[in-house]
Design a protein around this ligand. Structure first.
Ligand code: ZN
Length: 343
């Protein structure tokens, strides 16, 4: 009897021991799972912490391998063999989508809105800023090998006529920036027409058309390239700038990409150009247009530190906001009628 009870006791003891063992294993398993979960959570948390710090907004890096411009600010840099235009074809990550002529832009010009971006209220104005490079007869541009960057001067004439006859009000980039800063509305159907790179065809063709229709044009000029073949001369620039329809802005000194450069390079490309333009034109210049549309947080910080109040990019869009006043948006224009771009 005693031994039987003993056997029963022993059996139930072993059973309990097994149960305890499996409970411990289960507990261990659950602890491991929890530990793994914590590790995964921690890891993704760390990843989200690291991400915004490590990814600087460098949109493109396109160095011109020519250090001759470092020698003297008065030296005239030789135009690079790389065509000097602000399209996305040169760089991998440049945010310069081209509008398709058959895809009209959805936004209506002159619609002015206040947007809520998070807790901050952003002040925005719907002002298209049209982007041109060469304006000349297409046949001439073909001979010179830059037809893809050219709006035929006859078509440009029609486009400017279209703006005038459709009640558009051409204004300067300065007026857009000042309105954004002051939170002022702009006249209805305000629009900016910009021509980049200071080519001689801007002087030869767009300037007479501006006078013909009384439209304002903004010329974005790489000051160091003036006088080179294919570029306007300082005399031509001064003559045009003497007309109240033509507005001149800084587009660097040698048209170098400024997305990832040091302060010495920015001094040369931004400030030398500004000094040349200001002393030659006798007016203050506080807007900068990014060559190749490339910029970074460093470029923007440098510009702000040096008195610039606005920047003009090649990012596509017609809405201009105070929150991105240093990277205002533009619309690439080709040889299609302006109405096909949504204007
Ligand atoms: Zn350019």
């Amino acid at each position: 009897m005693k031994s039987r009870e003993h056997v029963i006791f022993k059996r139930s003891y072993r059973k309990k021991k097994r149960q305890n063992g499996s409970q411990i294993r289960m507990l261990f398993f659950l602890t491991c799972l929890l530990f793994l979960f914590v590790i995964v959570e921690k890891f993704s948390f760390l990843k989200s912490l690291i991400k915004p710090i490590s990814i600087e907004k460098v949109f493109a890096v396109q160095e011109i391998k020519d250090s001759s411009f470092l020698l003297s600010p008065t030296l005239t840099p030789t135009p690079s063999v790389i065509p000097l235009f602000d399209t996305d074809s040169l760089t991998v990550a440049t945010p310069t989508p081209r509008p398709k002529a058959d895809q009209p832009l959805a936004e209506t010009p002159t619609k002015q809105v206040l947007l809520n971006s998070g807790s901050q209220r952003d002040f925005c104005l719907n002002v298209p800023m049209l982007l041109y490079h060469h304006v000349q007869p297409l046949a001439e541009a073909k001979e010179q090998g830059h037809a893809q960057l050219t709006v035929d001067s006859g078509i440009f004439d029609e486009q400017m006529q279209y703006l005038v006859s459709n009640g558009y009000n051409t204004i300067s980039s300065d007026q857009v920036v000042n309105a954004l800063l002051a939170h002022h509305q702009l006249p209805a159907k305000s629009i900016v027409v910009t021509l980049d790179d200071g080519y001689d065809d801007a002087y030869n063709y767009s300037f007479p058309i501006a006078k013909k229709y009384n439209v304002n044009l903004d010329w974005m000029v790489p000051s160091g390239l003036l006088g080179n073949p294919g570029y306007m001369t300082w005399d031509q620039l001064k003559e045009a700038a003497g007309n109240s329809l033509i507005h001149i802005y800084n587009h660097s000194w040698s048209h170098a990409a400024l997305g990832n450069v040091d302060t010495a390079k920015l001094d040369q490309e931004v400030m030398v150009s500004n000094q040349q333009l200001e002393s030659s034109l006798g007016k203050k210049i506080t807007l900068f247009t990014y060559p190749y549309g490339t910029f970074s947080e460093t470029t923007i910080a440098y510009l702000k530190e040096h008195g610039f109040i606005g920047g003009i990019s090649t990012i596509n869009g017609t809405q201009q906001c105070e929150s991105y006043i240093m990277t205002l948006h533009r619309t690439h224009i080709g040889n299609a009628p302006l109405s096909s771009y949504g204007f």
